[in-house]
Ligand binder design. Structure first.
Ligand SMILES: CCC(=O)SCCNC(=O)CCNC(=O)[C@H](O)C(C)(C)COP(=O)(O)OP(=O)(O)OC[C@H]1O[C@@H](n2cnc3c(N)ncnc32)[C@H](O)[C@@H]1OP(=O)(O)O
Ligand SMILES: [Mg+2]
Length: 243
């Protein structure tokens, strides 16, 4: 290995090590697994490119019944064969973009979210190699792209949009437009996917974003958990009153 390559390799390792340490502090493990909602998981695939962390995202096929054409992370619904949320995320990533589970270094599970169908969606964070060549499954994925993680705290094109869930919970959603120099295309990343990307960036960079987030950044762990429990309570109450 040439001296320059050795230096790049050391830099890559140090970027990964710093992120790994921060992420482990935020690992929720199976703390939310008992909640009585249908389950889904997404993989937040992190890679180091040119010394910086990047996230891999997909565009959903237009043929899908749910959220066609939207940007999301590789992921999907839990199946009976999955032992936990990590298994689901890895199985779905393999099915959707051809990522082999043995090529993912799983780091942690972060605080879940709830999607518009009231699925409990667990984000699983894992490192992948920057040399990974996705093989999109055309039934589910129409495109794959990467975004510098820093974009989710320091975006060039950001909006906040109001939303109301079926359970009556009102809030605001992040919406980013990312001009991808590789594909020479713009991608809109919003909703639950944007929510997970922003949280991941806050955990790793610990810096104040250029836009408002609904967290107390000095107490990010408790604040993010309270935020989730508030959302969960509104969904749970609604489900109970529909029984
Ligand atoms: C809060 C509201 C919002 O945020 S909306 C704004 C922006 N949108 C987002 O952020 C996207 C958020 N959603 C997600 O990430 C995903 O929908 C989550 C919640 C992870 C669920 O995963 P999802 O990809 O829908 O499920 P999945 O992968 O299990 O299945 C998708 C559909 O594909 C189908 N499928 C499966 N395998 C095949 C195959 N080989 N050939 C053809 N189709 C296939 C599945 O049956 C499933 O279909 P269906 O949805 O059940 O109709
Ligand atoms: Mg999916």
């Amino acid at each position: 290995m040439a001296a320059e390559e050795r230096e790049e390799e050391m830099e890559r390792k140090s970027v990964r090590e710093k992120a790994r340490l921060r992420l482990r502090e935020f690992d929720v493990g199976d703390r939310f697994s008992h909640l009585p909602l249908p389950k889904a998981s997404v993989l937040l695939p992190l890679m180091v490119r040119a010394g910086k962390l990047h996230l891999l995202l997909t565009v959903r096929s237009m043929q899908l019944r749910r959220s066609p054409g939207e940007v999301c992370f590789p992921g999907g619904k839990s199946e009976a064969i999955d032992k936990d949320e990590i298994d689901t995320a890895l199985r779905e990533a393999k099915e959707e973009v051809g990522l082999q589970p043995e090529n993912v270094e799983v780091i942690c599970r972060l605080v879940p979210g709830i999607d518009k169908m009231n699925y409990l969606v667990t984000p699983v964070v894992g490192f992948i190699e920057d040399t990974f060549q996705p093989i999109p499954n055309p039934d589910e994925v129409s495109n794959v792209f990467v975004v510098p993680l820093e974009y989710f705290v320091k975006p060039l094109n950001y909006q906040t949009v109001p939303y109301k869930t079926s359970s009556g919970y009102q809030g605001r959603m992040h919406s980013f437009t990312y001009d991808d120099p590789e594909h020479k295309m713009s991608f809109r990343i919003w909703g639950l996917t944007a929510h997970f990307a922003v949280f991941l960036a806050l955990v790793i960079f610990r810096k104040r974003p250029t836009f408002e987030v609904g967290y107390d950044l000095d107490n990010l762990i408790s604040s993010s958990e309270n935020h989730f429990m508030h959302l969960y309570a509104s969904v749970y109450e609604r489900k109970k009153s529909n029984i």
